[in-house]
Design a protein around this ligand. Structure first.
Ligand SMILES: [Zn+2]
Length: 614
């Protein structure tokens, strides 16, 4: 059992001559000042290396006798008699004996012989458990017992201690057994957390009187019988945020309430709640969002804020009467996620350089285009971050305001009081702005105001619904904007699509399928120059093969040739040819580069290209 008592570790480090008293003393002061662990402090000071610490911990685990301290937590079954012949406890094992001791430790610690307490599992977040391959087994006031694949990993021990505020005791368990157990127990815990209420007893009675509808997880149903509505809602939100879901759908069906999460753009069923919980759960959501709970026949909107794992989360709620009752959709706005860089979003270095030039000028218009849900506003927010400083007045007009960026003036459109994009823009122009973000150009009035701003010494950023960059020009002409106005204001158009990112833990190279090549419209010969990849599926990505998303980009820089084409009023496909001759790289090109790099798959690129042709 590795006991990471800090004093013992300090003693061992000095005993082994790795660190002296002075260094330990300095580290303790740093520890006090910054509230970090002793190991972190020593590492920060450069007094020890990670290898030194590992050596010390290993030394401790060899020398600390199991009986030296009364073990607080015992296996739930008596352990089998130990084979004879090992070094006696309390003595330093000779190096050649170490493997046998390690083996013995392992055989002693199969998870079967331990009772795994939900309280212990709940004390450590799943992400941490997975990162370090560890499973908390038992917990007491001051200590936590953890099964680990590598008990000498001091970073893991530190992380658990920092998170739980408890001393960590570790046993070694075989990695594969541990991985399975982590999966199993955290999933079980997610269900168990939805639990127990007195008030829901009526609901539970109602459920049992009905036939249990098919498709309901019986175990979940049992737990939910006792569940407080409040806790269910809290749990839905917490789990959705932890799974990086963008939306929660609470959908009344004829015989139950389906709860689905949108993760990486796709809906997945999270749970089926009993029909009897429908009203309670939806009402709870409406109360949180400050909607009128008595009104059930009209659609309503609202929002509320909460915190999940110290992350500030905003939820935008929409309720809609449907045949089987009110459906609620909760859009999750994770404020921490707006601080992504353009590179993280998918910009390649050469394109980023061009885009930076377009967005760091005093005048002109840059448009971001793509279908709904292609991540346009995320790109624009990330762009604002790169140009936001106190020397500039940045003002936005949006519907809705998704995130608040410090130092930026966000304005919300209000249809009810006739505060339209165009009207808000007119007022913003009297506010001495440098940079204006117009959420979307939907009509000629907004378009004209936006172009007036771009022509009079302001940088205007906005979005349009078009499938590719060159189509932006024709869309604006169709809207009623004069081609010469467009040509003299727009400096660049960025088209984008979101694709899923292949899970880095289970990525592998594959041969492309013929139909994928067909859909991508590339020949077998072209395909030979590209390496294709996929995610095989693993526990980390919940067997999906993907984790998260990023954007494919196509940047049309409006140079002389493109400008001339716009003024002449050429159609989108002709403008596209001109732009490509002038150096534009297409969305498909960007997609294939990223397939080759192994960040996404041919199927993902084909899917968004296909959607783009509609
Ligand atoms: Zn994976």
């Amino acid at each position: 059992m590795a006991d990471v008592n800090e004093q013992a570790l300090a003693d061992t480090l000095t005993g082994l001559g790795i660190a002296d008293e002075v260094a330990i003393e300095q580290a303790r002061r740093l520890q006090e000042e910054q509230g970090i662990g002793l190991v972190q402090a020593l590492l920060a000071l450069g007094a020890v290396t990670a290898q030194d610490v590992a050596q010390a911990v290993q030394h401790m685990s060899r020398t600390v006798a199991p009986q030296a301290e009364a073990p607080l937590m015992e296996p739930s079954e008596p352990e089998p008699a130990e084979p004879e012949g090992d070094a006696a406890p309390g003595t330093v094992a000779a190096p050649h004996e170490r493997p046998s001791r390690r083996t013995r430790t392992r055989s002693r610690a199969t998870l079967d012989s331990y009772e795994i307490s939900p309280e212990a599992v709940a004390a450590v977040p799943r992400a941490l458990a997975e990162e370090y391959t560890l499973l908390p087994l038992q917990v007491s006031e001051g200590r936590i017992l953890v099964a680990m694949a590598d008990p000498s990993n001091v970073f893991a021990l530190d992380a658990v201690r920092d998170h739980t505020g408890r001393r960590v005791e570790a046993i070694e368990v075989e990695e594969e057994e541990l991985r399975q157990a982590i999966d199993q127990f955290y999933a079980a815990m997610a269900r168990d957390r939805i639990q127990l209420t007195a008030g829901a007893k009526d609901l539970s009675a109602a459920v049992h009187q009905q036939d249990v509808p098919t498709g309901i997880d019986a175990e979940l149903l049992q737990v939910l019988d006792l569940a407080p509505v409040v806790k269910v809602v809290e749990q839905l939100v917490t789990d959705a945020v932890r799974m990086n879901a963008s939306d929660i759908h609470i959908e009344p069906r004829s015989d139950n309430v389906q709860v689905r999460f949108r993760v990486d753009g796709r809906l997945m069923t999270y749970a089926n709640l009993p029909k009897s919980m429908q009203q309670g759960v939806v009402s709870r959501v409406k109360i949180l969002a400050e909607e009128d709970i008595a009104e059930t026949r009209q659609p309503q909107d609202g929002r509320f804020a909460t915190q999940v794992d110290d992350r500030a989360i905003d939820l935008r709620v929409s309720t809609l009467p449907t045949y089987w009752g009110e459906k609620a959709v909760l859009r999750i706005l994770d404020k921490s996620r707006v601080f992504v860089s353009l590179t993280q979003l998918g910009f390649r270095p050469d394109m980023l350089e061009q885009y930076d030039r377009l967005t760091h000028v005093r005048q002109g218009m840059v448009l971001v285009t793509g279908p709904t849900g292609s991540g346009k506003s995320t790109t624009l927010y990330a762009t604002l971050h790169t140009i936001n400083d106190e020397s500039k007045n940045i003002t936005t007009v949006e519907d809705p305001i998704e995130y608040e960026i410090h130092g930026v003036n966000h304005t919300q459109v209000h249809a009810a009081i006739d505060l339209t994009f165009a009207r808000a823009l007119r007022s913003i122009l009297r506010q001495d702005p440098d940079i204006i973000l117009v959420g979307e150009i939907r009509d000629v009035e907004t378009g004209e105001m936006a172009f007036r701003a771009a022509l009079t010494g302001h940088l205007v950023l906005s979005t349009l619904h078009t499938n590719d960059a060159p189509s932006a020009a024709t869309r604006l002409v169709d809207m009623g904007i004069e081609p010469y106005i467009i040509a003299s204001s727009v400096t660049g158009v960025l088209a984008q699509r979101l694709v899923r990112r292949i899970c880095s833990r289970c990525r592998e190279q594959v041969e492309p399928a013929a139909d994928e090549l067909d859909r991508l419209q590339i020949t077998a010969e072209q395909a030979q120059r590209i390496r294709f990849h996929r995610g095989r599926g693993c526990q980390y990505c919940r067997n999906v093969g993907y984790t998260g998303r990023f954007a494919l980009y196509e940047l049309m820089v409006v140079n002389d040739e493109v400008r001339e084409g716009i003024v002449r009023g050429v159609d989108a496909s002709e403008l596209r040819k001109i732009a490509i001759r002038a150096g534009m790289k297409s969305l498909k090109h960007d997609g294939l580069v990223k397939v080759h790099q192994g960040v996404t798959s041919a199927a993902e690129v084909a899917a968004v290209m296909f959607a783009g042709e509609n």
